[in-house]
Ligand binder design. Structure first.
Ligand code: MN
Length: 742
């Protein structure tokens, strides 16, 4: 064991004292003692170890603990875990020692942190793989991720002493994985620092150049900002507001990023003025109102650019960010971006999580977006039935994809990951809404479950107590929450069905005084064409196998029952849908009076382009042979004839329409459900004097579209039928359609 030099000892003491002096959330002596104890153990464990820079290793855990405490605002457990975070991995101390000294929760955080490899392999695909593992440890405690983030931040701050190939790997991983993570968690300052550090190590030349240019432009910029701000300051002062106005610093990375993505020069990026106003909130007035008041004062002076207004006050960003952003036309026609924030919002923007906790303690009430997000993660993780690895794959997607905003029917805004479907949305509202969904409307139109939501869609979920998730739903969802809920429900549904089927079978067997022995199953399985007991139970439980013929099955070797089954369940429906051929057209009957005094008894026929039926407005067209063809008056063909051969048109109207049937077509759109065909055919056949000729049905993604050709006597019959059909539950739309001749 090597001896620690006097100099190093002083350095360590100084850093650890700074940690203790700046504790924000730790107040009790007991907790401070705990932190000292953690430090002492870490100190002993890392004794003699040095970082690459030559510093004693213990300075690293202390620095991580300070980030966790001072920059993230976490408490005792996290600080202790940070101090101990490399002990198990890098020293001879093991988890048992940690657990016996500090308890389960600290030990489980350390365990999580130890599982995350420090360095990623050179193959880029492994980055994602390892990141997934890192998220896996989230399941123990979200603090694992926060400490890992702090660990990374300190490593980035001290990256210079690493060998070059490691520098590139670590900074690459930082920009792809850790900076977005920090952003998502609302740690704006940490995110910005990670981005800048990463750029500094990956593109050092560019970084230095931008840094230099910022320096060169500094004086000019300050001048511009004060010129722009002066009138605003005057106005804000006269209103008695307490505030701070400043030019918003742009990070080197964000300038570089804009130069890259917009292909513009430094000057063009930097030219845009960016101002931030942070005000001291006045008690009794909602902060939202105060933001808009300031906005109004500014736009009294400068003209706003309407499409650049961003209201993160009414609806905070998913990571909790709140502010009002606008762009106005400054003097000399220069655009200026202005951010308006209260002090509270400003702190949230800079510190994220830490500030949220602080303000929650002060009793600001309502759950913040960030807490909702963390709650959401926890909900999923606590659901032990969801496959952790599968879930985390989805979770990673959620983490990096941006979100879109959609509306509920009542106008509430919900944020949902990009590419989410209406079914995802249903689960997003509540797992029960998802489980009971039978359909969805987007912008008041029925859509399939697979419909991908677009920003500002208005979404309504239609539910039914009888509905249950189906296997194919898994194809329609993208969010982890929806997937795990559907899987869970399917699993319990299957086991319920098996349970139910088992009960039914045993009861039925009992009636015949038969015990459910393997000998019996040898008869039952082939008879019902199933391969296992569970399958048999499940099919009995769901009512597919009816057991009406159980006695026969038990009594003798039976042939395949499958054929009989099909006959049984569909025989009845088939006869209902069958074509009725007893209603034939007979044009000879005098049901039409065409008001042509010259030719009262002329022959006529019905045009097959529009198939008019009694009740329709009609006109007649006299062809060369003198017979009259009856069209609907709004029929395209008739309109054409009227314009070309006006002299051959005769007016006509229906006189009697009691006896005959006419072919008409209606289309139905609705949500597919069991028994839908039965419901439709029942309504149609119940109505006197209406008969079905054909019924075509198409189902896709739970939406069915049907086309029914029917014989009706007149439009009154038809309208009546349409009315009755539209009353069927699940039917969304019933319309009369044109019959196009083949
Ligand atoms: Mn570390």
């Amino acid at each position: 064991m090597s001896i620690i030099s006097q100099h190093d000892q002083q350095l360590i003491k100084k850093e650890f004292d700074a940690l203790l002096d700046n504790l924000q959330r730790v107040t009790t002596r007991n907790n401070k003692d705990k932190i000292r104890k953690a430090f002492n153990l870490a100190y002993e464990a890392h004794k003699g170890q040095k970082r690459r820079s030559g510093e004693p290793y213990i300075l690293h855990p202390i620095a991580v603990a300070r980030i966790v405490s001072e920059e993230m605002g976490l408490g005792t457990v996290s600080i202790c875990a940070s101090l101990l975070h490399d002990v198990v991995e890098d020293t001879e101390y093991d988890l048992e020692i940690i657990e016996s000294n500090f308890g389960k929760s600290i030990a489980s955080i350390i365990n999580g942190l130890t599982k995350i490899p420090e360095l990623f392999d050179h193959k880029s695909s492994l980055q994602a793989e390892n990141f997934r593992k890192m998220l896996l440890t989230l399941s123990d405690d979200i603090r694992v991720i926060l400490i890992k983030l702090a660990d990374r931040l300190h490593n980035m701050r001290t990256l210079g002493s690493m060998p070059p190939h490691k520098i590139l790997k670590i900074s690459g991983e930082t920009i792809y994985l850790y900076a977005p993570l920090a952003h998502r968690l609302g740690f704006y300052a940490i995110k910005t620092e990670l981005e800048d550090l990463s750029l500094k190590y990956r593109h050092n030349k560019v970084y230095k150049q931008i840094e230099k240019q910022i320096q060169l432009n500094k004086a000019k910029r300050i001048n511009e900002i004060s010129k722009f701000s002066l009138p605003i300051i005057g106005k804000l002062n006269s209103s008695g507001l307490k505030y701070d106005i400043s030019g918003r610093p742009k990070s080197i990375y964000s300038i570089w990023n804009k130069m890259q993505s917009k292909k513009i020069s430094f000057e063009e990026v930097y030219d845009l003025l960016a101002i931030r106003i942070v005000f001291e909130s006045e008690e009794g007035i909602p902060e939202k109102t105060q933001c808009w008041n300031i906005y109004s004062m500014i736009t009294d002076i400068y003209l706003p650019k309407p499409d650049r207004l961003r209201d993160w006050v009414s609806k905070p960003k998913a990571n909790g960010y709140e502010a009002l952003h606008c762009t106005v036309m400054g003097p000399q026609g220069k655009w200026a971006e202005i951010q308006i924030r209260s002090e509270r919002m400003d702190e949230i923007a800079e510190k994220g999580l830490a500030a949220h906790w602080k303000y929650k303690k002060n009793g600001t009430g309502e759950d913040s977006e960030l807490e909702k997000w963390i709650k959401k993660i926890k909900e999923l993780l606590e659901d032990s039935s969801s496959d952790a690895i599968e879930f985390l794959d989805d979770f990673k997607l959620n983490l990096f994809s941006s979100e879109i905003l959609v509306f509920t029917p009542k106008g509430h805004i919900k944020s949902i990951p990009k590419n989410a479907t209406v079914l995802d949305f249903a689960y997003e509202i509540h797992s029960e809404i998802g489980n009971k969904a039978i359909g969805a409307k987007v912008n008041r139109k029925l859509v399939p479950f697979s419909y991908k939501l677009r920003s500002s869609d208005q979404v309504e979920i239609i539910t039914s107590d009888k509905s249950k998730p189906k296997q194919e739903w898994l194809n329609y969802v993208t969010t982890a929450k929806a997937k795990s809920n559907i899987t869970k429900s399917l699993k319990s549904e299957i086991s319920n069905r098996i349970e139910r089927g088992k009960e039914i079978l045993e009861k039925e067997l009992n009636k015949h005084n038969v015990k459910p022995s393997s000998r019996v199953f040898k008869k039952l399985l082939p008879a019902y064409e199933v391969s296992s007991k569970d399958q048999l139970y499940s099919m009995i439980g769901s009512g597919i196998i009816k057991l009406n013929d159980l006695k026969k099955v038990l009594g003798k070797k039976s042939k395949s029952k499958l054929v009989r089954y099909w006959e049984l369940s569909f025989g009845k429906q088939k006869s209902q849908v069958q074509e009725k051929t007893n209603n034939k057209f007979d044009f000879k009957h005098p049901f039409l009076l065409h008001e042509n005094p010259d030719n009262p008894g002329a022959e006529y026929s019905l045009a097959n382009c529009c198939n008019p039926i009694p009740g329709d407005n009609v006109i007649g067209y006299r062809d060369k042979s003198g017979s009259i063809i009856i069209h609907k008056s709004d029929c395209n063909e008739a309109v054409k004839l009227m314009s070309q051969h006006g002299d051959r048109i005769v007016s006509a109207r229906w006189t009697t329409h009691k006896v005959l049937s006419y072919l008409a077509r209606i289309t139905l759109v609705g949500i597919d459900k069991i028994g839908m065909i039965r419901d439709i055919t029942e309504v149609i056949s119940k109505q006197l004097s209406v008969n079905i000729r054909t019924l075509n049905l198409e189902v896709h993604d739970e939406i069915f579209e049907a086309q029914v050709d029917i014989y009706v006597h007149n439009t009154a019959d038809l309208n009546n039928l349409i009315l009755n059909l539209s009353k069927i539950k699940g039917i969304d739309n019933v319309n009369r359609a044109e019959i196009t001749t083949p």
